[in-house]
Design a protein around this ligand. Sequence first.
Ligand code: SF4
Ligand code: ZN
Length: 369
Amino acid sequence: MSVWNPWHGCKKISPGCANCYVYRRDEGIGKDASVVSMTGDFSLPLKKDRCGGYKLRPDDGEVFTCMTSDFFLDIADEWRGRCWDMIRERDDLHFHIITKRIERFEKCLPDDWGDGWDNVTVCSTCEDQQRADERLPVLLSLPIKHRQMICEPMLEEINIEKYLSSGLIEHVTCGGESGNNARPCDFNWVKELRRQCIRTAVPFTFKQTGAVFIKDGRVYHIPRRLQMAQAKKSAYSYYPNTGCADAIKYTLPETAALFERLERSAFRSRFHLSQKDKDYIAQKGLDTIRAHAMDFISKRLSAENPANDGKQTPMKGHPIFTAQHACACCCRSCLEKWHNIPSGKILNEAEQSYIADILLIWIKKELSL
Ligand code: SF4
Ligand SMILES: [Zn+2]
């Protein structure tokens, strides 16, 4: 990865900017980050080294562009044309532009932009639901060859599944906020966004925890040097069909505590076996019912990204379906939220068997009522 900062300084425009790292860093050296000026690196893509080769080489990876400002800042309108010229000339490099100003994109394009350039990825930052709903429809509507989305700092749970299902967003990244005044990032928000990416087969990177991280309701203060390492250690990034979720460490809930929680849930405790279900179980026997459970679990729940996930379990029609809703084993979201079994993981035999055991415990309880 290389960095090209043609100008420096920026204007805050949305909640994600409140603790902007450019401002924080500049304050530390007595500089005013709201003053925007061209840098000495303005022409970096064309700069040569002593041997006459370009300083920026394709082997160094993507060129992250304008990381101490915003490429589409209005103050930079008069400079941007020359940047496009350099991006056009260096078609051997891939430029990665992250912006909070996607609404200005169309007015800022060169005449020969056409359907977009292959060597440019445009990444829209959406720190909350409102910004996602404002910016992602614009990102999707524009002529861009490579689109990404970044949710950093993640300020709340967001739902972007309808935008992801367009198939036009190539990658989602999320992370918490750093610095002394960092706002908290809840691991549940990260997991929810990840599940949306799994269902739509979009690669997802959990980049960093941020300084204030909430996990299972507990608040953790994470030092800067560990924020990326902790996110990596969690293994909660997701790359489709790579088996990466196998690296996630988790612990199954203790059975008695799980059933206590299920009984406390107004939704889960509403489910009961009907007389027809009970007659069916009496006719088939519990061994056969367990075999049916294993079959449903294997076919409807066990894939990395099961078909129709979230809607794959009918509300009735078989005692196992009812048990699945009562025990929160109906879909991969519920399995993750209630049983800690990570989404995006192909369920192994032990996991499938665990689920069947839970369903049978519930059924036996129902039969004894
Ligand atoms: S747009 Fe980015 S660089 Fe500009 S103030 Fe906001 S966070 Fe900082
Ligand atoms: Zn469910």
